[in-house]
Every structure is written in structure tokens, then in C-alpha cells.
Ligand binder design. Sequence first.
Ligand code: B1M
Length: 226
Amino acid sequence: MASGERTREILQGLKDTVVHYDEDKAVEWAKVALNEGVDPFVASMEGLAEGMIEVGELYNKKEYFVPELLMCADALYAGLDILKPAIKATGRKSEVAGSVVLGVVEGDVHDIGKNLVKVMFEVAGWDVYDLGKDVPLDKFVEEQIRTNSDVVGISALMTTSMLAMPELVKKLRAKNPNVRIMLGGAPLNPELVESYGADGYAKDAGSAVDEALKLLRMLKKEELGR
Ligand code: B1M
């Protein structure tokens, strides 16, 4: 088990590999994290994902451009590939698990956050139907009906793409008034999500499953009351 100081060093190592878009080093540091007993979820979120946040700042300052962003994302995924099985192995299945359709709304290709959310649902034993990124609105509706999923989780990373969310919420409800809809992504907040008519909001991957569980319990209670 790594000491507090060593854990911080490992997390910094992971973060730096993303910022310096070094896939090989990302793999190396992810293995170090596992060998030294760092929680793989913490390594993913406080190491790799933190790195991506710093990358965003470099992009804002015009020090990084789209090609760098893509290479940084590759480094993040290389590290995540090593950590993911360990997250799954350590994850405890929640007592209740449901099914969720996940996707990034149309016009938006940012899928790193959604992929982290997906890992958390899988760890918790949910059935996950991942539609990927830049998903046409009707595809969410069709997939919810096809899979009869309890929850639809929609991600958006841009202030422009998130504007499709209220329409998607309406479309989903029109086809299935009982479906529970959860939104997430950097430009969203609870007030916005409420104004869009959705049922839930999670600010990060760590809280997404808990939020979905709340929605699932609500749904089951309503079903019993009917
Ligand atoms: Co671009 N991009 N990007 N980008 N990109 C942003 C989002 C931006 C904020 C950068 C900026 O200008 N400061 C900006 C959007 C501005 C706006 O809001 N209007 C932007 C832009 C403008 C663009 C392009 C238009 C650039 C261009 O081409 N000129 C273009 C858009 C293309 C398109 O989508 N149509 C573009 C492209 C790209 C890349 C392809 C190069 C790449 C994406 C690679 C990929 O995802 N496969 C990319 C990246 C990497 C970013 C930044 C730098 C990082 C995003 C990220 O991965 N964060 C981003 C700047 C930033 O965020 N600071 C930026 C790390 C990730 C772990 O966090 O995604 O927030 P996040 O996910 C979190 C939570 O939000 C939450 O949990 C996650 C984990 O904790 N969460 C959920 C997310 N979804 C959830 C769903 C849930 C629950 C929680 O339930 C359903």
C-alpha cells in the first residue's frame, strides 16, 4: 500500500502522462498504481481525468490545439485500459441494479467523461447499452424502447450541444412517460437539468450510479403504487 506521499506522486505521474500525451508512460504509471495498491478508481479520476482537465486549461490558453487534445485523450485511454479491469474487480455490485442507455448527444464527440460513467455503471452490475458519441436524438428513444431500460443517461460537453437535451427529454417522455432521465457533463448544473425536465443530474462519474439508483428506487415505488 503506497504511503500518502507516494500516492500523490503516482497520481501526479498519471496526470503528467496525459498532459504530455505519453501513452507508454500512462501504461507504466497505471501499472505502478496497481502494483503499489492505489485505488484504481482514484488513479483514474484524480490522476488521468485530472490530467485532462489541465489539458483543457492549456487549450483555453491556446498552448494546446485539437491534435494535442486527441493525443492526450489517447494517453488517458491507454492508462484507463490498464486500470479498468481493476476497477471492475474491486467494485462491489450494488444491491439493486438496473439498466441504462448511455450516450453523448448529437453534435458532440466528447466521450471521455461518458466512458468513465460507463465504467462505474458496469462495476455496479448495471446492464449498460452504450450508444457512443454524436448520437441522433431518435436513437436514444429507439434504444430505450428496444432494451426497456429503466434509465437513460445523456452526456453533453458543449454549451451548444446541450441545447438538444430538452427536446430529447420530451421525445423520450412522449414514447415512455415512466422512463427516468439523467443528464451530465461539464456545462450542466442541477438548475439547468431541472429546467430541461430531466429527473436527475450527476456532476461526476463517482456520483452517477448513486443518482441513477435514486431514480430507479423512485420508479420502482411508483410501479408498486400503481
Ligand atoms: Co473539445 N471542447 N472540442 N475536444 N474539449 C471542450 C469541451 C471545450 C470546453 C474547450 C474550450 O473551449 N475551453 C469546448 C466547448 C465550448 C462550449 O461549451 N461551447 C470544446 C470545443 C469548442 C471543441 C471543438 C468545437 C473544437 C474545434 O473543433 N474547434 C470540437 C468539437 C467537436 C464536436 O464535438 N462536434 C472539440 C473536439 C475535441 C476533441 C475531439 C479534440 C477532444 C475530445 C476527445 C474525446 O472525448 N474522445 C476534446 C477535448 C478533450 C476537450 C476538453 C479539453 C476536455 C474534455 C474532457 O475529456 N474532460 C474540453 C475542455 C474542458 O473540459 N476543460 C473541451 C475530462 C473528462 C473526464 O471530464 O467530460 O467533464 P468530463 O466528464 C466528467 C463530468 O462532466 C461527468 O463525469 C465525468 C467524469 O467525472 N459527466 C457525466 C460527463 N458526462 C456525464 C454523464 C452523466 C453523469 C456525469 O450521466 C449521464
